[in-house]
Design a protein around this ligand. Structure first.
Ligand SMILES: Nc1nc2c(c(=O)[nH]1)N[C@H]1C(S)=C(S)[C@@H](COP(=O)(O)OP(=O)(O)OC[C@H]3O[C@@H](n4cnc5c(=O)[nH]c(N)nc54)[C@H](O)[C@@H]3O)O[C@H]1N2
Ligand SMILES: Nc1nc2c(c(=O)[nH]1)N[C@H]1C(S)=C(S)[C@@H](COP(=O)(O)OP(=O)(O)OC[C@H]3O[C@@H](n4cnc5c(=O)[nH]c(N)nc54)[C@H](O)[C@@H]3O)O[C@H]1N2
Ligand SMILES: [Mo]
Length: 696
C-alpha cells in the first residue's frame, strides 16, 4: 500500500511509516520525523504535573487538580491586582490549528488580555507582512510545492532546505533534471548551495540591496514585462524610481557579490520561460525583513513572474504548523481566519461565534519580543504553550532575566525545557501521535493527523488544559477538548475571512489528502472556480484553492502592489570593536531550541553540541585550530563553542546554530532590533568579536 516502516521504539507501540502516495513529500521523512517516537517513551518526557514547593523552591510532582488550581489562581491574581493586560500568553507555531485557535480565544474571552503573541513572530512574520502588502493575502506558497520541479528557474534566498526541509530537496533535483536552473543566495556554501548552478554569497543583511541590484539590471536591460505591469500591478513608477538608485557597482560593494554574477543571475531568471523566488529565514530574519521580501516580490512582479502558472514568489514556512499557526488568532493583532483584531466587522463576526459582545474583545497587543521584554514589568503572569524562549529568543540572557522576574509562570510542555525549569507550574501534555488535530502546511494545504495511541497516564492534551483552566476561571462552556468540535467552530469563525476554512471538514481532509484554503462553505458551479449560478453546471462543493492569484490578486482592485524600498544597513554594523558578522541558523539533526531533539540519542550523536563555523583566514588570524574553543562576544553577551574551520563561509562572517542552552547559546549574542512592520528580530545579523580561549 505504499507504506514503508522507517522508525519505531521499544516503548509504545507506534511505528513511523513513509506513505509514498502522499503528494507533498511522497513519503520521504527526515531523521527527526523518523526518530520522533523516542520522545513518546516515558524516560524522555514529563509524566506528571510539577509545582514549585514553597519551602524548598524545587519543582515537585503534583496532581492535575492542584496544578490547574494553581495556574488559574496565578493568572487570576495577576489580573485582579494589576488589570487584565498584566496576564500574558505565549504560543507556538507547532501547535495544531485547534490549539492555536483555542489559545487565542482563551486569551481574549477568558483572560480578557490583549497580551498574546507566539514564536511565529520569530519565524515567518516578515514574509507574512510582505505577502499582505503586495498580494493582499498571506499564504506561504501560492502554488503546490510540486510546481517547483517544473518551473524554469528558482532563486532560493537564505534557505538551507537540504538540512531544514530534506524531503523538499527532491523537487530541486527534479528541477535540474527537467532542465531548470537553481540560484542559491546564502553567505555559506551549504549542502543546498552545493546543488546550485549559481551560488551568490552576500554579506549577511544585504539581501535587500541584492534584490534591488538585480531589478536595476532587469530595467537597464529592458527585460521588464510591461504588459503584465500595466494589467496586473500598481505602483511601478515609484518602485522603479527607487530601484534606479541601486547601481550594480554599488550593490557589489554592499553585498560583496561581483557584478558578473549579478548579470548571470538576471540572465538565468529572465531567460527561463517561468521562474520563482523562494525565501526562508536568511533574508526574513532581519530588521528590514519585510522590505527585503518586498524587493524580491518586486523583482517577480516587474518580470511578470507572479500570478501565472509555474511562476511566483513563495516563503518556505518553518514550523510544524507554521502556516496554520499564523492564521487563527494567537498573533497579537489577529482573529481567526486571518482576520484583523482592529477591523470592526471581523470583531462582530468572531464575537458572535464566541457568544460575547464585540466590545468585550481586547485590542491588538504587543509582538513576541516586546511581550517577553515586558515580563516582570507590566506583565506579571504568563501562560506559555509551545515555545522555549530561554534558548530561542534574541538577547536570551536578558529575556531569561525577564522570565525569572515574573510573579507567576505556567508552562505546558512535553519535556522539561529550559523555560519550563523556571516555571511555578509545569503541565505535561500529549504530543503528535497521541492526539488528533489539523495542521496547515506551507502550501496552505490543511492536513489531518489522527490519534494513533493513548497518551500515558498523568498527561493531558493542550485542549484539556485550556478547558480545565477556562472552567476554573468561570467559563464552563466554550472550551471543548474534542478537536473536531473545535475545528467545526474554527470553520465558522473563519468563514468569510482571508483564510476561509468553512468548507473544510475532517472527512474531506481525510478523503482528499488535504484541502487548500481558501475553501468557503458555499458551493461553486460545476465549472472551474466560478461562483454558483454563473454557469449552467450544477453546484459542487468548493474544491479548495491550490493555486492563488492566477486571475486576480487578493487586493481590493485585484492588482499586486509594488512597494518602493531602498537599501539600508543592518541595525548593528561591524566596527573596530566588533569587526565580524555573526549569523545564526540550523543544522540537520537538531530542531529549534533542541528541547526535543537533544533528548534523542541518534540525533545527539550526529550533532552533539554548538559550534562556531569560521573561515580558515579568520581562524589563522586568531590562532584558533579546528575543534578548539573560541569565544564569540557581542554587545549583548558572550558564548563559547568549538571552532569549525571551513572554507564554506565568507571570511568576514561566522555562523552558529542556535539549538543549545548554556555556554554555547547563540542567542546570548543576537540583536533584538525589530523590523518596523513585522516586529521580527534581527537573528541573522549582528556584530561580534572573536577571542581565542585556552583549551581546558
Ligand atoms: N533540521 C532542522 N530543520 C528545521 C528546523 C530546525 O530547527 N532544524 N526548524 C524549522 C523552522 S521553524 C524553520 S523557520 C525552518 C528554517 O529553515 P531555513 O531558513 O532553511 O534555516 P536557517 O538555517 O535558519 O537559515 C537558512 C540559511 O540562511 C543563511 N543566512 C544567514 N544569514 C543570511 C543572510 O543575511 N542572507 C541570506 N540570504 N542568507 C542568510 C544561513 O547561512 C542558512 O544556511 O527550518 C525548519 N526545519
Ligand atoms: N539565533 C536564532 N534564534 C532563532 C532562530 C534563528 O534562526 N536564529 N529561529 C527562530 C525561529 S524561526 C523559530 S520558529 C523559533 C523556535 O524556537 P521555540 O519557539 O523555542 O520552538 P521550539 O524549540 O520548537 O519549542 C517548542 C517547545 O514546545 C514544546 N512543544 C512541542 N509541541 C508542543 C505541543 O503540541 N504543545 C505544547 N504545549 N508544547 C509543545 C517543545 O517540547 C519545546 O519545548 O526560534 C527562533 N530563534
Ligand atoms: Mo521557524
Amino acid at each position: 500500500m505504499g507504506l514503508r516502516p522507517v522508525g519505531r521504539t521499544a516503548g509504545p507501540a507506534v511505528e513511523v511509516v513513509e506513505r509514498t502516495a502522499f503528494p507533498v513529500n511522497r513519503g520521504a521523512l527526515c531523521g527527526k520525523g523518523r526518530t520522533a517516537p523516542e520522545l513518546l517513551t516515558p524516560g524522555a518526557r514529563l509524566s506528571s504535573p510539577l509545582v514549585r514547593d514553597a519551602a524548598t523552591g524545587e519543582l515537585v510532582p503534583a496532581g492535575w487538580d492542584e496544578a490547574l488550581d494553581r495556574v488559574a489562581e496565578g493568572l487570576r491574581r495577576a489580573g485582579a491586582a494589576y488589570g487584565r493586560d498584566a496576564v500574558g500568553v505565549f504560543g507556538g507555531g507547532g501547535l495544531t490549528n485547534e490549539k492555536a485557535y483555542t489559545l487565542g480565544k482563551f486569551a481574549r474571552v477568558v483572560l480578557g488580555t490583549s497580551q498574546i503573541d507566539y514564536n511565529g513572530r520569530f519565524c515567518m512574520s516578515s514574509a507574512a507582512a510582505a505577502h499582505g502588502r503586495a498580494f493582499g493575502l498571506d499564504r506561504g506558497l501560492p502554488f503546490p510545492l510540486a510546481d517547483v520541479a517544473r518551473t524554469g528557474c528558482v532563486i532560493l534566498v537564505g534557505s538551507n532546505l537540504a538540512e531544514t526541509m530534506p524531503p523538499a530537496l527532491r523537487y530541486l533535483t527534479e528541477l535540474k533534471e527537467n532542465g531548470g536552473r537553481l540560484i542559491v543566495v546564502d553567505p555559506r556554501r551549504t549542502r543546498t548551495a552545493e546543488q546550485a548552478d549559481l551560488h551568490l554569497a552576500p554579506r549577511p543583511g544585504t539581501d535587500l540591496a541584492l534584490a534591488l541590484g538585480l531589478l536595476h539590471l532587469v530595467v537597464a536591460q529592458g527585460r521588464t514585462d510591461e504588459e503584465f505591469i500595466a494589467e496586473r500591478t500598481s505602483g511601478w513608477p515609484e518602485a522603479r524610481a527607487a530601484v534606479m538608485a541601486h547601481w550594480p557597482e554599488m550593490v557589489e560593494r554592499i553585498t560583496g557579490i561581483p557584478v558578473p554574477q549579478l548579470r548571470a543571475a538576471v540572465r538565468m531568471f529572465c531567460d527561463a520561460p517561468s521562474s520563482m523566488v523562494l525565501t526562508a529565514r536568511g533574508p526574513e530574519q532581519q530588521a528590514k525583513g519585510t522590505d527585503t521580501v518586498g524587493a524580491w516580490i518586486n523583482l517577480c512582479l516587474a518580470t511578470g513572474r507572479a500570478g501565472r502558472e509555474l511562476s511566483g514568489y513563495g516563503c518556505l514556512t518553518g514550523q510544524g504548523n507554521g502556516q496554520g499557526g499564523r492564521e487563527h488568532g494567537q498573533k497579537a493583532d489577529q482573529l481567526p481566519g486571518y482576520r484583523k483584531l482592529d477591523d470592526p466587522a471581523a470583531r462582530r463576526h468572531v464575537a458572535q461565534v464566541w457568544g460575547v459582545e464585540p466590545d468585550s474583545l481586547p485590542g491588538p497587543g504587543r509582538s513576541a519580543y516586546e511581550l517577553l521584554e515586558a515580563l516582570g514589568g507590566d506583565i506579571r503572569a504568563l501562560l506559555l504553550m509551545g515555545s522555549n524562549p530561554v534558548v530561542s529568543a534574541p538577547r536570551a540572557a536578558h529575556v531569561e532575566g525577564r522570565i525569572r522576574s515574573l510573579d507567576f509562570l505556567a508552562v505546558a510542555d512535553v519535556v522539561l525545557s529550559e523555560t519550563a525549569q523556571l516555571a511555578d507550574v509545569v503541565l505535561p501534555v500529549a504530543q503528535w501521535a497521541e492526539e488528533t488535530g489539523t495542521t496547515t502546511n506551507l502550501e496552505g494545504r490543511v492536513l489531518l493527523r489522527r490519534r494513533a495511541l493513548d497518551p500515558p497516564p498523568g498527561v493531558r492534551t493542550d485542549l484539556e488544559v485550556l478547558g480545565g483552566l477556562a472552567a476554573r476561571l468561570g467559563h464552563a462552556k466554550g472550551f471543548p477538548s474534542d478537536p473536531e468540535e473545535v475545528f467545526d467552530e474554527l470553520r465558522r469563525a473563519s468563514a468569510g475571512g482571508p483564510a476561509d476554512y468553512s468548507g473544510i471538514s475532517y472527512g474531506r481532509i481525510a478523503a482528499e489528502d488535504g484541502v487548500f484554503w481558501p475553501c468557503p462553505a458555499e458551493p461553486v458551479s460545476g465549472g472551474r472556480g466560478e461562483p454558483a449560478g454563473a454557469a449552467e453546471a450544477p453546484p459542487v462543493p468548493h474544491p479548495g484553492t491550490p493555486r492563488l492569484f492566477l486571475d486576480r490578486f487578493a487586493t481590493p482592485d485585484g492588482r499586486a502592489r509594488f512597494v518602493p524600498v531602498a537599501h539600508r544597513p543592518a541595525a548593528e554594523e561591524t566596527d573596530a570593536a566588533y569587526p565580524v558578522v555573526l549569523t545564526t541558523g540550523r543544522v540537520l539533526a537538531q530542531y529549534q531550541s533542541g528541547a526535543q531533539t537533544r533528548r534523542v540519542a541518534e540525533l545527539n550523536a550526529a550533532e552533539p553540541g554548538p559550534y562556531v563555523q569560521l573561515h580558515p583566514q579568520l581562524a589563522d588570524r586568531l590562532g584558533v585550530a579546528d575543534g578548539e574553543p573560541v569565544a564569540v562576544v557581542s554587545r549583548r553577551g558572550r558564548a563559547v563553542a568549538p571552532a569549525r574551520v571551513s572554507g564554506a563561509i565568507r571570511p568576514d562572517t561566522v555562523f552558529m546554530p542556535f539549538h543549545w542552552a548554556g555556554e554555547g547559546r547563540a542567542n546570548s549574542l543576537t540583536n533584538p532590533a525589530l523590523d518596523p512592520v513585522s516586529r521580527m528580530p534581527e537573528f541573522k545579523v549582528c556584530a561580534v568579536r572573536l577571542e581565542r580561549v585556552a583549551p581546558a
